[in-house]
Design a protein around this ligand. Structure first.
Ligand code: ZN
Length: 353
């Protein structure tokens, strides 16, 4: 890397504005409340057994998942609208999996080989419109590619259509999950419209699912389970296995178990957040924050971590004049604190106690 004279100047100036009171700028923790890793439970295809079995299991363990629904005329989305609304009202995320589930796989109908760009565009637009109209959410939607296929049409058109597909997804959704098991996600390398899952969960016992998520947990990354039927229907896991997995996640609070869209929100907000030191005295440090993403969609609080300046033993924190809880991290030599900062906070102030 070569430094321009501009960046050299920045390096010289940065210690003065960036290290008030000998402390550093507050930084977002990788996961909320400095948790170890993130796990998402996602369910595809809008199945009966998801309403009947998965929903109650999640509720019993105080967890929330993501349900990628197909919205076509014969789907349970149409047959059992109140049940889906209830699931959403319980904090679960409803995402789209198109209207009719077009797929390149020969044994699945409709075949997306037969799709024109206009037909695929309509699948993506209409399912988003349908879900938004039904749920009335302003928080944006996420998407999962049917069969994990990211193109459509005849082989001669698939390269061009792949670019179109991504474009159509971006028009209606703020993030999308693939399918096919490429493993855990490093938030620093997130590809927001092609986020991979952990691999097939069909028929697996609990120890196998646990083994699938271990690389994410050990590597401080994000693991996404893609589940179909629960205790029946296709590619299913048993209700008992989902219950064991949910009990494990509920018990292991160091793992952040959250809907797909919320993990995306946290990662993107963390990356986009601007932090500047705006003032400091012996007993006080002030920072200004900038949240450049759409506040309607990106509405999660961020956990910021800050090393207390020398001589401070505890602190009080305020966000735009409102008090925040300042938690001191255990087992840190130089004391480090955590604060959960509400979205769109403009000014953050720490006072020595
Ligand atoms: Zn599917």
């Amino acid at each position: 890397m070569r430094l321009s004279s501009g960046s050299l100047l920045l390096l010289l100036v940065y210690p003065i504005i960036g290290w008030p009171q000998g402390g550093r700028l507050p930084q977002p923790t990788l996961w909320p409340q400095d948790r170890t890793a993130a796990i998402s439970l996602t369910f595809d295809d809008a199945m009966e057994t998801q309403l009947d079995n998965a929903g109650p299991v999640l509720k019993n363990h105080d967890l929330r998942g993501t349900f990628f629904v197909i919205t076509g005329p014969s789907s349970t989305w149409r047959m059992r609208p109140r049940d889906w609304q209830q699931l959403a009202a319980g904090g679960n995320e409803i995402g789209s999996h198109t209207v009719n589930h077009p797929c390149l796989l020969a044994e699945i109908e409709p075949h997306s080989q037969d799709y024109s760009p206009e037909m695929m565009h309509k699948e993506l637009r209409e399912s988003a419109r349908e879900i938004l109209a039904r749920l009335g959410t302003q928080r944006g939607l996420t998407f999962a590619y049917p069969c994990g296929n990211m193109s459509f049409g005849p082989p001669t058109a698939q390269a061009r259509n792949q670019a179109l597909y991504i474009d159509y997804v971006a028009e209606s959704y703020f993030a999308a999950r693939g399918y096919g098991g490429e493993g855990e996600v490093n938030p620093e390398e997130l590809n927001i419209l092609t986020v991979p899952d952990l691999g097939s969960t069909a028929g697996k016992p609990f120890p196998d699912l646990l083994a699938m998520m271990q690389p994410a947990v050990r590597g401080h990354r994000w693991g996404i389970f893609a589940i179909h039927g629960v205790g029946g229907e296709w590619l299913s896991v048993s209700t008992e296995v989902l219950d064991e997995l949910a009990a494990y996640l509920q018990h292991h609070t160091e793992i952040w178990t959250a809907p797909f869209g919320d993990v995306i929100r946290y990662i993107q907000e963390s990356k986009a957040l601007g932090i500047r030191a705006t003032g400091h005295g012996n007993q006080q440090a002030q920072f200004s924050l900038d949240w450049p993403l759409d506040p309607k969609v990106f509405d999660l609080p961020l956990t910021l971590k800050w090393q207390l300046p020398p001589g401070w033993t505890a602190c009080q924190a305020e966000a735009d004049g409102r008090p925040l809880t300042c938690t001191i991290l255990p087992k840190t030599n130089q004391k480090t604190i955590l604060v959960d900062v509400p979205p769109q906070t403009k000014s953050l102030q720490f006072t020595s106690k």
